[in-house]
Design a protein around this ligand. Structure first.
Ligand SMILES: *Cc1c(COP(=O)(O)O)cnc(C)c1O
Length: 389
């Protein structure tokens, strides 16, 4: 029982978080993003009073919204972006004895999802410009055991999926896109999911479209893969009493589907702000000789999950920016083939030189929708100050 002194929390978010970005320039912006949390809580009441806690109409609605937006036929909500990749590979029959080609310059989860199916991750180096898998190197690692390619759309810059699809078809491989950075991103007008077997998205709190915890969604144009994924995420059940295959519990929570649906309305604005902020930084930073920015291509709509570039004396620049209150981050300082977890794969320093080169020089600045122009200018000014230019 609540005692009589109980007061409903007025501000939900403690005051000190409400305007933390006044002087500090953070990657984390969740308190600003959900300042309209009361509207969301209203929507959540409906879930509570109808007891619709697992799957149900809210999940269906979110899945169709997300799939329609990305021109895909089916959307399947799952527990996380990691599960989206893992379940996709399982649905496509990947397991022990198989080899799966991917990028060493990615978040751990891409490789974790491959390895936990029992398959062997095989790395292909990335391109210096844009940090995506170098398609011209893929064929050199294809063996009789190769079954799949998992390209990663780094920072929301879509790989050339037409080329990857053609290569995959030629060698009879499946393609699972790690599109966790690539919500709303396009290349030649197509979204992730158009030239692959599945495209996998994360709804983690720091992704471009995010929820209040973990969540993920898979897109596919294949009815067969979609039904298999629906089985795999829900114990292999075809109805309440019949199980056709022992499987997993990895549903997108109904509550998270409501949050996702709510934020979906803001997706155009979120995407546009990231692009505008990044283009502004490009224009201001391109003349700094100590930096190497990625080139931009007109046919690619990058959504800048990260604004990252290469720089001289990276660790020094990062410490300086941090001391000025700018949350510059390193995504990521150790490529996957050199992680302890990968030691059984027997890669060594020098094997994937471009990824290793990038890992030592890459840095990311916050460009989310709550970053202001004065903050962008401040970041530019501090970078110039560090290099004395
Ligand atoms: C975030 C992320 C994932 C995993 O998503 P989760 O929802 O956190 O499981 C996979 N790949 C990449 C590239 C990511 O950034």
């Amino acid at each position: 029982m609540l005692d009589s002194s109980f007061q409903p929390v007025k501000n939900f978010l403690p005051d000190q978080y409400l305007d933390s970005s006044q002087f500090k320039i953070n990657h984390n912006y969740l308190s600003s993003q959900f300042s309209d949390y009361k509207e969301i809580l209203e929507e959540l009441i409906e879930v509570v009073v109808t007891n619709d806690f697992t799957l149900g109409s809210k999940v269906d609605q979110f899945e169709s919204k997300f799939a329609n937006f990305h021109n895909s036929r089916f959307g399947i909500g799952v527990g996380s972006g990691t599960d989206a990749i893992f379940l996709s590979l399982k649905a496509l029959g990947i397991g022990p004895g198989d080899e799966v080609i991917t990028s060493p310059f990615t978040f751990f989860a891409t490789v974790g999802a491959i390895a936990t199916t029992g398959a062997k991750p095989v790395f292909v180096d990335v391109e210096l410009d844009g940090f995506n898998i170098d398609i011209s190197l893929i064929e050199s690692v294809i063996t009789s055991k190769t079954r799949a390619i998992v390209p990663v759309h780094w920072a929301g810059r879509i790989c050339n999926m037409k080329e990857i699809r053609a290569l995959a078809d030629y060698h009879n491989l499946v393609v699972v896109e790690d599109a966790c950075h690539a919500v709303a991103a396009t290349r030649d007008g197509y979204f992730a999911g158009q030239f692959s077997d599945t495209a996998c998205f994360s709804l983690h709190p720091l992704k471009n479209l995010n929820v209040w915890g973990d969540g993920g969604i898979i897109l596919t144009n294949s009815e067969e893969i979609a039904s298999r994924l629906r089985l795999l995420r829900n114990h292999g059940l075809i109805n309440r009493d019949e199980c056709v295959e022992f499987a997993y519990n990895s549903r997108l929570d109904t509550i998270q589907a409501v949050i996702g649906g709510h934020l979906f309305k803001k997706l155009p604005n979120i995407t546009q702000s990231r692009i505008t902020n990044s283009m502004y930084l490009d224009s201001q930073l391109k003349s700094v000789n100590q930096l190497q920015l990625n080139t931009r291509q007109k046919n690619i709509k990058e959504v800048f999950h990260l604004y990252s570039f290469l720089c001289k004396d990276r660790d020094g620049l990062q410490s300086f920016l941090k001391s000025e209150g700018i949350d510059a981050k390193i995504h990521y300082p150790i490529p996957l083939h050199l992680q302890k977890a990968a030691r059984h794969l027997n890669y060594k320093v020098g094997d994937l030189p471009v990824s290793e080169y990038i890992s030592k020089r890459v840095i990311s600045l916050p460009v989310h929708e709550f970053i202001t122009k004065p903050q962008l200018d401040f970041m530019v000014q501090m970078i110039r100050k560090y290099y004395g230019t």
